[in-house]
Write a protein that binds this ligand. Sequence first.
Ligand code: ADP
Ligand code: MG
Length: 312
Amino acid sequence: MIGEFELIDKIRAGVSLPDGYLGIGDDCAQLPERDAFRTLVSTDMLLEDVHFLRKVQAGCTGWKAAVANISDIAACGGTPKGIFLSLALPKDLEDSWVMDFLKGFGDACNRYGFPVLGGDTCESAGKICISVTVIGQCPNGVAVTRAGALPGDEICVTGCLGDSAAGLELLLQSAARVDYDNYFIDRHLRPQPRLAEGLALARSGQVHAMMDISDGIGSDLRHILKESNCGAIVDTARIPVSDALRSLCGSDSGRMLDYAISGGEDYELLFVKSKGAVVPVSHTVIGTVVSGSTLEWKGTDRNFKGYNHFSR
Ligand code: ADP
Ligand code: MG
């Protein structure tokens, strides 16, 4: 099958947009409004056994379904407007799963200020399918897109990368019972979207391009480079990882880089700014944008691609 991003490119090539709209290719679509604002919209699906397991606490799946979407509003520097939840559920699903899921989903929506405005519910012939659409808002000219990186810019990330991927690996290895006290599993199941940080970065006016890290920077950085027509050099030694991940991996630095670069679902922000520009958000500089189209990983002879549906 054609790769995920090739498929999206094909869909994008067949679409023409009204003036002032931003459509396929970024974390959110942008719709111009009559006043000085733009509406931001993003949608994401979560499929059982692809994005989550039924054995995992349903409340965590609900939390993550909301956060994966809210994170796209963060990636553009938006503020909350609302969220829609659509569910396809098998007839034999226990009520307790649904109630726990809704509790987790509602907790995240309340925590980050997104009222649930609607959705759809239907029966699934097999597995659980969750579809969420999120709406945000931004003053004109403030939203940051994936396009805009310039040669010489610094590539930056918030937080630490790779904990979520390590947590997923532990989850997949564990049998029916899941140890919820585990640091890595918690980081995988209860991600925190960088909503306040995205807003502060966008308002600073210093950020040329930004996105959230959902597929791992091995994939996500390529989206910024493609939209900005640039290449990059990333210094793998500078990629921020937690002390816990460093000690889990010990001397196996290759394993650590796999988690941090290819793993994904960190929901941190990846952004690009002029060299030395000051921004009001704590971050780590991991590399430099260069002209051309090559992405070089300094400090390793490996190449990293991140997650891409349909290609293994
Ligand atoms: P994210 O990880 O930020 O949610 P994706 O990688 O899922 O972004 O999608 C990249 C871009 O492609 C987004 O602009 C998204 O709206 C668009 N896109 C993905 N799938 C489709 C589709 N089936 N039809 C139209 N646009 C799509
Ligand atoms: Mg995104």
